[in-house]
Design a protein around this ligand. Sequence first.
Ligand SMILES: [Fe+2]
Length: 348
Amino acid sequence: MIFRQLFESVSSTYSYLLASRRGGEALIIDPVLDKVERYLQLIGELDLRLVKAVDTHVHADHITGLGALRDRTRCITVMGEQSKVDVVSMRVADGDSIEIEGLGLTAMYTPGHTDDSYSFVMEDRVFTGDTLLIRGTGRTDFQNGDARAQYDSLFNKLLKLPDDTLVYPAHDYKGDTVSTIGEERAHNPRLQVSSVDDYVAIMGNLNLANPKMMDVAVPANLRVGMRQEEIEARGWSLGCDEVRNLVGDPGVILVDLRDQAERRRHGEIPGSVHAPYGELGDNVGSGGLLHELVAATGKHLVFYCAYGERSAMAVQMAQEAGLRDSRHIKGGLDAWKKTGGPVTPAAG
Ligand SMILES: [Fe+2]
């Protein structure tokens, strides 16, 4: 496994680059905008292909690299379903898995620092965001923070992991890099409390100043969505009402780009074919399945995903590969469901 802990010194943020092998798919957790060039350089040097960028929560102390990484690599952006960001490509709930080639993270909803905070468990380690820090815990006094919820996330979720689970937080201000669940249970001063009320009292008396970047970072981090005006101006977007008339049309192939886990949880538009976004380059390129299908039948591709980001990138890739009649569903399955579009359980 390739595992890199990367540091951003202004906000003391740790980001994590993961891959199962050189030359394979990679995932990054909590990337910082100012370090995007560095990540891309390292990803290139290790011969990796970035396919997913994940934030543990909406950060207040730095601007996320999610949007820039998506624009540069066409990777999938991932956050929890509670995040109030305008658009991410994929949203996860407690227990969902986030997969790349050879590796999987399990999402654990751990609210308290913010109401959208997630931790991610991967085999022998857990990425705790700002929920559990080394000898500390994330503040709970803004962004819908809630010390009571954090106590529950800590004591009833994270501390239930095996003692030797490695703890990788989103920040450290002292220079520590890693801890374990057992070590934190024994030595983290915030965890030496006898009740939830004790914990709430400690968290209520921290009197911390707001992060310097907060007024800039939070609004910026709520707007990570891809700008899709250009795609719309080129006539490559379809509204849900237009797509309704295309369901069952023999001249159209509805292509679902989501991962299998998302399909299982949310269903699909009737009559869809499944072609995961991660394999789309091969699929729409000359010799690829979708490319040849279009060439042989003259059918039009209509891509969709969860919120319209992956499909917007897919329609660009298809157009670049010469599939000129390709379109995508603006707003994805989310918009489709909100406008009353029919959904069936996903096949496979
Ligand atoms: Fe935070």
